[in-house]
Write a protein that binds this ligand. Structure first.
Ligand code: ZN
Length: 262
């Protein structure tokens, strides 16, 4: 329903990443799987989640006698260690353990470093062949028709540095999480509570806004997104203020907001 409300193109989704088995994190999944079936989906859908997820989904499909018209793959991540669970030509996805009351994983979406670019003007100027362009992009010199050697530095433009986004929900404050997300450029970190409820955060394996900011600061990220606020607080801006006392670039990840990963 939320995807429809925010006009997310559901048929373009081929991978779903589930962090843990608390209801607010996965109960919508069966509705999504069924809706895709009713809408005539034919293309594959892969769901990555805790080992228990496969049995639960298969039981629900069996009980409702739903025979999906599209291939549904259910892949279990390991609750023990960081691992690469998805890879394509431009992206890798890693799962890594969070610190929660039940097994819970965060995910890192890591863009692969792009190759240097060579402008059309340079290609025309040196009359470069496709094979020479590949050589130059790989950092090798090439010999031109006139016998001159062309070094890659002369024509290659450095690409933008690779970006990465870490999703950390739900979790208590954890040094291990800092280690796992160090090097990411943007992180989402849950902040269910404010520091005034630090004890409650600890006993329920959640974090405060201040703790989320400490993770962002120590991991050296560029930007922190906060979410998963407890409904006991009237004003979400208090989370932003508390986090900003530790870390500068903070945004509230309210539903429907779109962020560019820096
Ligand atoms: Zn939870």
């Amino acid at each position: 329903m939320q995807m429809r409300k925010f006009k997310v193109k559901m048929q373009r989704i081929h991978e779903v990443f589930i962090s843990h088995m608390h209801g607010d994190h996965y109960l919508g999944l069966m509705g999504f799987i069924s809706s895709m079936h009713l809408l005539g989906r034919k293309s594959r859908l892969t769901v990555y989640g805790p080992p228990e997820l496969k049995e639960i989904l298969e039981m629900q499909l069996k009980a409702s006698q739903t025979f999906l018209e599209y291939p549904l793959e259910i892949v279990a991540w390991s609750p023990e260690a960081k691992e690469c669970i998805y890879e394509d030509k431009s992206l890798r996805v890693w799962s890594f353990p969070l610190k929660h009351r039940i097994d819970c994983c965060g995910f890192i979406f890591e863009e692969k470093q792009r190759k240097p670019k060579i402008t059309k003007t340079s290609i025309a100027q040196y009359d470069l062949l496709p094979s020479q362009i590949i050589q130059l992009k790989n950092g090798n010199s090439v010999v031109l028709n006139n016998g001159e050697t062309l070094a890659p530095e002369k024509v290659c433009e450095e690409p933008e540095p690779a970006k990465s986004y870490a999703y950390c929900s739900d979790t208590a404050y954890s040094e291990k999480v800092i280690g796992a997300v160090t090097g990411c450029t943007t992180i989402y970190h849950e902040s269910t509570f404010l520091e005034s409820e630090a004890e409650r955060a600890k006993s329920t394996f959640h974090s405060t806004a201040k703790q989320a900011a400490m993770v962002a600061k120590q991991a050296g990220v560029k930007r922190l997104l906060l979410g998963h606020f407890s409904s006991r607080y009237a004003n979400d801006d208090d989370f932003k203020k508390e986090a900003e006392s530790i870390f500068k670039t903070v945004s509230l990840a309210n539903e429907g907001t779109v962020f560019t990963v820096h």
